[in-house]
Design a protein around this ligand. Sequence first.
Ligand code: DGJ
Length: 750
Amino acid sequence: MPVIFHEKTKEFHLCNKEISYIFRILANGQPGHIYFGKRLTDREDFGHMIEYARRDMAPCAFEGDSRFSLEHLKQEYPGYGSGDMRFPAFELEYENGSRTTDFRYKGYAIYKGKRKPEGLPAVYVEKEEEAETLEITLEDGLTGVQIVLSYSIFGTYPVITRSTCFYCKRDRVTLLNAMSGCLDLPDKDYEMVELAGAWSRERHVKVRSLEYGIQSIYSLRGCSSHQFNPFLALKRRNTDEHSGEVIGASLVYSGDFLAQAEVDNFDVTRLIMGIHPNEFRWEMEAGERFQTPEMVIVYSENGLNGMSQTFHRLYRTRLARGKWRDMERPILLNNWEATYFDFHEEKLLELAERAKEIGVELFVLDDGWFGRRNDATSSLGDWRVNEEKLPGGLKGLADKINALGLDFGLWIEPEMVNKDSDLYRAHPDWVFADTRRNYCHSRNQYVLDFSKKEVVDYIHGQIRKVLSEAPVSYIKWDMNRSFSEVFSNGMDRRHQGKARHKYILGVYDLYERLIREFPDILFESCASGGARFDPGMLYYAPQAWTSDDTDAVERIKIQYGTSYVYPLSSMGSHVSASPNHQIFRRTPLHTRANVAYFGTFGYELDLTALTEDELEEMKRLTAFMKRNRSLIQKGVFYRLKSPFEHNSSAWMVVSEDREEALAAYFRVLEPSQAGFERIRLSGLERNWKYMVREEMAGESPGDYYEGEHYGDELMYAGLSMSDTSAGLPDIAADRQGDYFSRLFHMKRII
Ligand code: DGJ
């Protein structure tokens, strides 16, 4: 039984083979946290682990008792008004202005499986036996407001999911803060790992030691953002990629979020995560409920790789959905960096023909196909084809692309409008800003008010029409700006505090409708590259455009950081032109491919401007990806050496049965008189012998490294990245110099 309840002690123990999560109802009726970590043997009473203290000045709950104080007790879902001085997990305001709460245990329910929170993305089960859920109901006696804390534990994952539901039974109440979950940890000896960046530099790994006070990351941009990701890990100081303890927390949400670690002055660490309370104000009438998004908490004693591998498996198979979840992803050509807005059907067909020649399977038409959109100043909102560019319409083009043997994919940006559009001219009040004031544009565009159902309905009608009229098999759903001055025109005060969350619910609603109506379409989410690369989006779109930065060297860091939470099957990664369009770096084609392989793989450059030799090489790259994409997209990923700490870096992917693997090594700058370097591999079977073959865009075997090695040698002694080709007369130019990379395929032979 994964959820054990001990009636006498009122203790709950959620456990599977790997983890235990334990709490009990305290003397004051509130749930107090006891333990989260590696599996403990169950017992009826873990009460001795609850740490009380007699401290002068502490607010105490019971007359005559100076030890029971919520100022230092660890709790499950702390509020304001019962002695806890730390940042609360929730805050309410009653009609009389009081924010004091006293929520006490009312009862519990345990059931098999896991329920889907309405309107929100969440991790799911396919069979009820996969997980068990515990719901704890708390009630504020004075007002009747109830809180239901939901905990799900999976049989085979070291994972607890948490979410919270508020229920207003009679007295009106306003929610000012409603975190998804809280975890009070026993000490402060942690380092906080976060993913931070900017446009074109997303999800760089940052690590800092926890100190007294609050350390947090957040988004107030309306999307999960380029700047931070809704993820935070707390690791022990000696934890590295391969060993040591770490707790990872991830929020299944795409809007404003807060992820925070607070260390109090008695060395307790409180981790909370949820919708950012700023500008959140949810008024509730009798009978109404509010459901928070889901927080996914992973425990690993096998370092950061262990944590990531759990996230990958869970998110790839129990968060992503639909036909494409388990299917190999098509290799695509996207025309954006090939043409930008400057294209016509003829040019697109030329590109498609070349794409077909090099083995591409899907042609994606990016921005600029609709209205009068020849630059970024107009037409968002007018989802009608531009017949000057595409005289036969989308259908005409798609049919021709299909006739070449390629599928057809399309870019849309449904949440946005330009002032120069028929939509804006008809509905200026649909802009998500106080239109009586000056409000900011970003890339000349404005956010549509998706907190209003009529707006979502209208856009739904437009996009459904587009998708019904042409054979579209893939959609890239973009979102190219942050919120700046949110206001929902024509709506009352009550709506304004809900508008930002309702916006995201509107986006989820539109995704859900389109997915239902077009179940065969592969959706890729995008937000000026990676501004909405989050678990919420993965529930609707199994892959996401990782970053607008397609430079191979930058991408090593971006993909390395992204892999902390997200599986390779979710990372859009393309080979683009050299010099690169974002940072103008020149990198060898095979290095661009060696990075892009570790994702969904595609091309994004003008194939008509390449030489025959380059196209021949690309044929081999595509063929290589086709042979290996199942391994890449479904294998177990290991980070081996960090690009954030070294000039060289490495990662690898191993098939679940350990029979096959692919390892990549990257060295950014060529050092003078380079030292020798061996990379220790991971995840192989120590007694098996593997044939290790260096891959160099399909060049003939023998030119590059080939040798037989046992798994233990590869893992404990390492694979040499230095020149071991003593027999070769010359060192080929592409085996030295800056932006150098090597790729090794391993296959079990004995
Ligand atoms: C931002 C995306 O990230 C790019 O790939 C491209 O689709 C542009 N938008 C188009 O406007």
